[in-house]
Ligand binder design. Structure first.
Ligand code: GLV
Ligand code: MN
Ligand code: MN
Length: 445
């Protein structure tokens, strides 16, 4: 078989100045030299980024648009510029760093993740996908590879819901999953709006302008820590993500009647917190009740007003997160929770108001990108297993505008969203290497 015939079979094409070379295992790729990950530089950068934090190490707190987030963004943008990438930011602060391909008009291949971190988090969630994505690009540059399609690194704004109550704010906007008018009305818990925050952070312009045209990307791949225990348990260095679970977030307001903790007698009470406590347990019951291991329900926020030991709680705000890889089953939990709220409200004589913050469908990953990742792993004799992502990611929304896939690496104990989150330099290098392989293959086709 001629080289050209082989290339047409794989969808790869010959770039004019670099011959396509054959690798072991009859795999075809356009990488003239060896791809080598600079593990120590990458570790140093991950550590430096973790230094931008509003909590003492090892915890990382980096809430979107805080002064710390702004300094961290500058650190990452400077690294991108130093790598010769062309950097642009949109009106909500999504940051795009482009390695321009030999055919720049073609839809690009995207990679990246987020650098915001929930309060008291670790240093690897999101950052591995951003800095690993950057190192994958630099490794390809060092190898002498020239992409046909541009390769674009993304740093998404506010993947975490900490400030505005909704996750994946940046990727929702650029994929059209969130109406810019609704986004404009988002407020933090002090009542400061998204517009105020982004202006203070130096991001201006119409939020509608963040929408990317369909066809902007030919594919998107996100490298991330697994945030679960399976890869470590199985001793598998890489997880190839086939689907991303469907998340829903609710805000529930409970309003009863306040009063003096000594003077209001028990038969007369309409205690909002007691009602909220029943709702919290109803979340747990509904999630466990599906009998499926993939259904999870969490009440992560419970704000009590007025919040005094000698005052009967008047008002409570709960924020609840329900997820499943099966959307219908996830929705059945939401329905069961709503009936529980109705029953608790009438029995306890409190007003319960439910606001759905988001209720998103799951995403399926693209078989062609999954195969590219598996081929990349095979080239380096790295074992991988297919799995689902129970966490949500910006890729959930990128799937609305492009074929996507995700690549997971193990993290110790499966811990995430806590300060002892840890992924070894070797695990990160494996993921970065295979990401680089996949970016090379996808950007050549
Ligand atoms: C992302 O951080 C998630 O909560 O899944
Ligand atoms: Mn997270
Ligand atoms: Mn993340």
């Amino acid at each position: 078989m001629t080289e050209d015939a082989k290339m047409s079979g794989t969808g790869l094409s010959r770039s004019p100045d670099h011959p396509i070379t054959r690798d072991h295992g009859d795999l075809v790729q356009g990488i003239p030299g060896k791809i080598t990950i600079n593990t120590s530089q990458l570790s140093t950068e991950i550590e430096a980024l973790a230094g931008f934090s509003d909590s003492p190490a090892p915890a990382v707190t980096r809430v979107v648009f805080s002064e710390t987030d702004r300094r961290a963004r500058k650190y990452v943008k400077d690294l991108c510029t130093a790598a010769g990438l062309t950097v642009r930011e949109d009106a909500v602060g999504n940051t795009f760093a482009r390695w321009i391909g030999t055919e720049p008009h073609l839809p690009a291949i995207g990679t990246g993740s987020h650098i915001d971190a929930i309060p008291n988090a670790g240093r690897y969630d999101g950052t591995v996908g951003v800095l690993g994505g950057l190192e994958a690009i630099r490794a390809l540059q060092r190898s002498g590879f020239r992409p046909r399609r541009s390769i674009e690194l993304l740093l998404f704004t506010s993947e975490e819901p900490t400030r505005f109550g909704i996750g994946c704010l940046g990727s929702r906007l650029l994929s059209g999953a969130l109406d810019p008018a609704r986004a404009t009305n988002l407020k933090d818990k002090e009542g400061k709006s998204l517009d105020d925050w982004r202006a203070a952070a130096g991001f201006h312009g119409d939020l509608g302008s963040t929408l990317l045209p369909r066809g902007h990307y030919a594919g998107f791949v996100e490298l991330h820590i697994e945030q679960g225990p399976l890869l470590e348990k199985h001793g598998t260095p890489l997880g190839i993500v086939t689907a991303i679970a469907a998340p829903a977030s609710l805000r529930i307001w409970v309003e009863g009647e306040g009063g003096h903790a000594g003077a209001v007698l028990m038969p007369a009470r309409r205690d909002a917190l007691c009602a909220a406590a029943e709702i919290i347990l109803a979340v747990e019951t509904a999630a466990k009740g599906t009998g499926a291991i993939d259904t999870v329900g969490t009440t992560g926020i419970c704000d009590v007003f007025p919040g005094a030991i000698n005052s009967v709680p008047l008002r409570v705000r709960l924020e609840i997160d329900v997820r499943d890889i099966d959307q219908a089953r996830r929705d059945s939990v939401l329905a069961q929770l709503q009936s529980a709220c109705d029953e608790i409200s009438s029995r306890r004589r409190v007003v319960v108001r439910t606001e759905i913050i988001n209720s998103d469908p799951p995403a399926q990953c693209d078989p062609r990108i999954l195969d590219a990742l598996e081929r990349g792993a095979a080239r380096h004799n790295l074992r991988c297993e297919r799995m689902v992502s129970r966490a949500y990611h910006d890729s959930l929304f990128m799937a609305r505008i492009a074929p996507v896939a995700m690549l997971f690496i193990p993290c110790r104990g499966g811990f995430s969203h806590r300060p002892d989150e840890y992924a070894s330099p070797e695990a990160i290098a494996n993921g970065t290497l295979v990401l680089a392989e996949a970016l090379a293959e996808l950007s050549s086709s």
